[in-house]
Ligand binder design. Structure first.
Ligand code: HEM
Length: 242
């Protein structure tokens, strides 16, 4: 699965400087006056890597359909061992970011939405609202995976801002990095979230068309809750609208 390979490559590249617990290896310069910054950053990277790895498994249709029990267990690891602690630590390092106010606001908002979407997805499945569960988890996964597109935007933005190194930024490379990081942090998560919303709307439309077509044909066999959870369809007896 290509997504899983990208995720494994990303984690293999990202984790070593933080798993070493050596602040000198950090790729982010620590802000002044916050000695615990590296500890929070290392915790953020570890928990977020759990989220990214488990999210890669959860979005794999074969895994969800063939292993519904494992899907539930891995889901709990994603929520309680990945997204929530990774988001809380991300909020702290986001508030202390050395990349300026634009990046600060973006990171704090992203961390808040990441936790909110994930917790809402969990609450929905506890209430057996499987279609809503899938919708909130798609949003949560879009934010998790946005870390990968974030790095691509980072490269593009750096190349766009670099020609102004001598002029606008007076030969100060830190200012070039700060300016490009400010734009990158916003594009990194807003674009995947918009794509996820568009996909959810389109999928809802396609499903309603298919349902309308089926209503004029023979009736569906009843569906149990486990099958509904993996397929995303509304199970028989669930009062929720698709
Ligand atoms: C979705 C919510 C996330 C938020 C709010 C967030 C926030 C942050 C912040 C604030 C930093 C410090 C750099 C800066 O100030 O801009 C950072 C660094 C980092 N984050 Fe996240 N992050 C998130 C998701 C992830 C995920 C899913 C991963 C996956 C492993 C990840 C991996 C990293 C890594 C490796 C660094 C260190 C920078 C580097 O070595 O390149 N983050 N993150």
């Amino acid at each position: 699965m290509p997504l899983m390979l990208v995720v494994l490559g990303f984690v293999a590249f990202s984790v070593p400087p933080y798993a070493s617990l050596d602040p000198a290896l950090s790729r982010v310069p620590p802000p002044e006056g916050f000695p615990l910054y590296y500890a929070f950053l290392a915790a953020h990277v570890m928990f977020s890597s759990v989220a990214l790895l488990t999210c890669g498994l959860q979005v794999w249709p074969w895994f969800r359909e063939r292993h519904p029990v494992a899907h539930r267990r891995v889901g709990r690891v994603y929520i309680f061992g990945g997204a929530i602690p990774g988001g809380l630590a991300g909020f702290v390092v986001g508030a202390a970011t050395p990349y300026g106010d634009g990046a600060r606001v973006s990171n704090m908002l992203l961390a808040t939405l990441w936790i909110l979407f994930t917790v809402t997805g969990f609450r929905m499945v506890r209430q057996h609202r499987y279609a809503d569960h899938r919708r909130w988890m798609v949003r949560s996964f879009a934010l998790t995976a946005s870390i990968i597109t974030n790095r691509l935007w980072g490269l593009v933005m750096f190349l766009i801002f670099l020609p102004e190194f001598e002029t606008t930024y007076g030969g100060d490379m830190q200012e070039v990095i700060k300016a490009s990081a400010g734009v990158t942090t916003w594009l990194g998560w807003t674009v995947p979230l918009l794509i996820a919303e568009w996909w959810l709307v389109e999928r809802g439309r396609a499903r309603r068309r298919a349902d309308a077509g089926r209503r004029s044909g023979p009736a569906d066999p009843p569906m149990d809750a486990a099958a509904a959870m993996t397929s995303g369809k509304v199970p028989t007896g669930d009062a929720q609208a698709p």
